[in-house]
Design a protein. Sequence first.
Length: 737
Amino acid sequence: VKNDKLRAMSNSSIEDVDDMITLQELHEGSLFHNLYMRYEKDLIYTYTGNILVSVNPYKSLPLYTIDLVREYKGAAFGELPPHIFAIANETLSCLRKTGENQCVVISGESGAGKTESTKVILHYLASATQKTGESDSNLVQDQILDASPILEAFGNAKTVRNDNSSRFGKFMEIQFSFDETIKGGEIYKLHYMFIIIIKQSPNERNYHIFYHLLAGATDSEKAKWYLTQPEDYHYLNQSDCYKVQDMDDAQCYKITKDAMKTLKFGEKIDVIMQILASVLNLGNINFVVNEEEESENAIIKSDEYLNIVAELLGIDKENLRSSLTTRTTVTRGEKFVTPLTVEQAVDSRDALAKALYGRMFSHIVKYINDTVKSDENLSFIGVLDIFGFEDFDVNSFEQFSINYANERLQYFFNHHIFKLEQEEYDREEINWKTIEFVDNQACIDMISKKPLGLIFLLDEESNFPKATDKTLLEKFHSQYSKHPFYVKPKTLSSTFGIKHYAGVVTYTIDGFLEKNKDTLRADLMELMQGSSVELVSSLFDLSEEFTDYVGTVKGNDLLSATKKMANSSSSSLNTLKGELILTLSQCNPFFIRCIKPNKEKKPKLVDRELVMSQLRYSGMLETIRIRSAGYTIRILYNDFISRYKICVNSSDVSFLKEKEAVATILKEVNASKEHYQCGKTKVFMKTELENKLESLREKKLSIFICKIQSVIRMFLTRKRYIHRKVLISKLEECKLQ
């Protein structure tokens, strides 16, 4: 470490703190040191005000027991040590107090622990709101929890950096009734990494479910689905990676099937596994040049796998052969059949495999939603789990899409934590010193702003028949070579760079156009629609409800919507991100920042530079400054008076003007002036003051409840006494007679 990077450590930094806004020394070194000391003690959670920092322990810790659920349930925020349960409990508390939708935004690099954090939050919400003896409610909770292993099996895969990497994003809504009973849930599937189905890089796997199936299926299941072992399948053996440490694929197969039974998939379970088997066998169909015709036309090398796929998908073998080796088009009512080259035939095969798997996954998500979502218009707590920022040795369209999504998420964080908050302070005219932050709006505009953003240039080039990845790159360079967030290579190469909030990432342009189109030919669609397997044909049936990236389209709008979305993965991703940000902005957000301590995925190992980099690009230092100086609680005067007037002993504030009433309440409870400011229309408070007010309110309510109960008991006792007195009087009259 260079001398100019060293800082003297004061005595105040010897002990770690629960909340980093209380650090007396505030710089990058003190943040890292605090997290490091806590991590060494297995204290993986630390607060930054009401933002939670979570450092991946890479081992199991006894932090999620039912006893801890009970301990955190109903506790005031900050009353107990930092924990993800406290964030989940606070979402429930805010939902109860305001009725406003809540959301938890979980962010961090790939492998930082976002998916596990999502599962922990869902576990807490289900456990903390469970009602004894209410079987219907408990079934919905079980179904929501059991959605997680299904989504992981079909949507997660091993990558170089993460053994359980989410290859799709999801926003999960948990819907609550007024009495905090879970009534339903809904999953919004965001962008999906289709390329993994057909190709994996070294030391990576395909989606988990393929390995679960091959390890867990019975001998009879393997026989009827023509399954063997992972090494035998082209879609699985390219990376020579078949196992994941600490993952029992056979046991995961059982867990996945049990979860699907809880969600009432019934007979569909076997059909879904049959479709998976068809995808694996489809990848083994090989093509060679038809030497007899002395042309470049492709023919299928052997019918072995062709026969298997045709049987599993319930389609005609010869029709499948024709669709894979020729392209049929209809122009002005006339049909044209064009032979395909070997390369084109492989592309057709792979496109069909991606379509089968992708549509099946969409069907699974839709089926889960149809099973668990409530028909009522209910308030919800949403949890966003999106793929983490990625920077590999070779980055392509997939990383471009993932990192753009994270760029938008970082903008939402910045916008909420810095921009909106400081704008409100200015509007309300409270004393405030502006805190600077890194604004990534210019980077987002470069990628996605009409009409010349990178995404729109990509879409435009995708529509030109003679366009290539090279012509696309030339357009990128021509438009943005001088842009501050664009990096044009100094030498001739097929790459370009973007200065993301997390650092510069270099992308190779190869495959951008093909992956952006990602379409399925009409003749292959028609072939699948004619399947005798009902589920297969329904996956490709255009008359059915179409559900993909951004929502639902019905009826006559279907064709145009399908065409529009199918022609452009990037534009649908852009639309999706806009809709997602809109949804998040209509919620009260909580943030969890997941930190990856090392790239080796080992416990008790901390890579200082890696952690410092994440703290730096996430704006943690600036976040601490604004959280330390700012006010996380802001309430309209009228709402403040209504809620806390019960805390006043000496006078009735109902007849006072709003500002006078607020001042009276704050004076009565001995509120420290450091913990609040009064604006034009709102009271701005720190968490400490809100906790104090809530505690006083609870005590007052308890006293009133006791008094009410005492009056009711006295009334009932008096009523019984009078009743008995009347009976005794009547008995005495009877005796006298």
